[in-house]
Design a protein around this ligand. Structure first.
Ligand code: FAD
Length: 425
């Protein structure tokens, strides 16, 4: 009998556990190890600082859900993964041995790579519920004495959609509070153009997002590198095509949220053959590590090369539908190996996204992720805002019930009316 361990219980890890459970043989054991006993639905985080959502609205208590599905649960952080010895060392000094390990530990947020960046420095974050709550307190204070706002994504970030979402959500909230006229807003991004999204654009995201920015009086700086952040002041360099500095800016602000660079978590960084130099897990087309053949990985912690060279480094985002496709392929592949077969399933890695703008939004589908594409579609409108709320409720309800199918797939296909997107081949 085999022991399968899922490390990390975020969006990827929770869905992974449910889908893996369906593929096990009678007698096989499944354990989930994670840092936090409660899961928070990260895509709703941009609504926390404006208090459109509270922590409890997006929280899932994992212990009872996993117990109901017969999944062992260990809410203790991993200290080090030892793939040579097939075990995970935990921070409480204990160890968990495995036959198969699925790493779903998401990103470590590398605020320390830029002086003054992050919630322990001078900018806010929406990447974690604790950060988003801190940002809510900061935003309340800010509204008493409005000043300029800077929102964006720094060099090396591999997540851009939430920065756009948060910009327009803040814009909507400021208009509702009738103080938008007192707040100059600037979007600062490593992307070479607005709407690049780390994907070289999808459909007309360039046109759609630039137009939204203009309509909402939001200025922008692209190909930008944040040098450091002091209290109330951000130092930014605009970089030209040849890598030279085209312009420098000292931007004042009263509130700022910048998405940080991501790297792999400490428990895997530096493990030879398991990770790339940034600590992201190396996988083949079957989500399996090329050196350690009983180690698989899904989600943001997976190594994906950038789309192409850009003047300022931009990573490729890993969005929910894409993560789900990695999960399904992994569950099916391990199921095949357990039954004496070989992995044959590949994730489609399609990028599908609903970006909420507070009272409207932009949706896109990129299939495949790298251009030229078979589906290269984007659209905007009030329907996206409604679809995102419906999708959030649907997803959280499914996660609370411990239901494995369908997650993003059904929600997306229903909302977008696109019936042919497959998760695996
Ligand atoms: P995570 O959800 O970050 O989960 C990682 C898990 O690993 C966590 O449970 C963590 O506690 C655990 N962990 C970390 N370190 C350890 C350790 N040492 N030991 C044990 N466990 C550990 N995508 C979309 O498709 N649509 C959206 O609307 C969307 N919105 C987003 C909004 C924001 C603000 C962000 C940051 C991303 C968004 N994404 C969205 C992208 C993506 O879907 C999410 O980032 C998603 O949460 C990634 O899932 P994951 O499982 O890879 O990582």
């Amino acid at each position: 009998m085999a022991h399968v361990v899922v490390l990390g219980a975020g969006l990827g890890g929770v869905v992974m556990a449910y889908e893996m459970k369906d593929q096990l043989r009678p007698g096989d054991k499944l354990t989930v190890i994670t840092k936090d006993p409660k899961y928070h639905f990260v895509p709703s985080n941009p609504w926390i600082p404006v208090r459109w959502r509270q922590r409890e609205d997006i929280q899932i208590d994992l212990a009872p859900t996993f117990a109901k599905r017969g999944i062992d649960f260990k809410p203790v952080a991993a200290k080090k993964v030892h793939p040579e010895a097939n075990k995970v060392e935990l921070v409480d000094g204990s160890e968990v041995a495995y036959d198969f390990l699925i790493i779903a530990t998401g990103p470590e947020l590398a605020f320390d790579e830029i002086e003054g960046l992050g919630p322990n420095g001078n900018t806010q974050s929406i990447c974690h519920i604790d950060h988003a709550e801190q940002a809510a307190a900061a935003f309340d204070e800010f509204c008493k004495d409005p000043k300029p706002i800077i929102i964006g994504a720094v060099q090396g970030a591999s997540c851009f959609g939430p920065a756009y979402e948060f910009t327009f959500i803040i814009d909507t909230e400021l208009r509702r509070r009738k103080i938008r006229d007192k707040v100059p807003m600037t979007f600062v991004t490593a992307e070479p153009y607005i709407g690049h999204l780390g994907l070289d654009g999808v459909g007309d995201t360039k046109g759609l997002l630039e137009s939204e920015m203009r309509e909402h009086h939001i200025k922008w700086l692209t190909s930008s590198r944040v040098k450091k952040v002091e209290p109330g002041k951000m130092f930014v360099e605009e970089v030209a095509e040849d890598g030279s500095v085209r312009a420098t800016h000292e931007l004042p602000f009263g509130f700022s949220m910048m998405l940080p660079p991501f790297r792999g978590i400490e428990a895997v960084r530096g493990v030879e053959g398991l990770v790339n130099p940034r600590g992201f897990i190396l996988v083949d087309k079957h989500q399996c590590n090329p050196k350690y053949r009983n180690v698989f990985s899904v989600g943001v912690c997976v190594a994906i090369p950038p789309m192409g060279p850009t003047p300022v480094p931009c990573g490729v985002p890993k969005t929910g539908f894409m993560i789900e496709s990695m999960v399904t392929a992994t569950a099916l592949n391990i199921g095949q190996i357990l039954r004496g077969g070989e992995s044959s399933h590949e994730a489609t890695w399609n990028a599908v996204c609903l970006a909420d703008f507070g009272d409207s939004g932009v949706a896109f589908v990129a299939q495949p992720q790298i251009p030229p594409r078979n589906v290269n579609w984007s659209s905007s409108g009030k329907w996206v805002h409604a679809a995102k709320i419906g999708f959030e409720k649907y997803f959280i309800r499914k996660m609370r019930r411990g239901e494995s199918e369908p997650f993003y797939e059904k929600a997306m296909l229903d909302f977008l009316g696109i019936g042919k997107l497959k998760k695996t081949t």
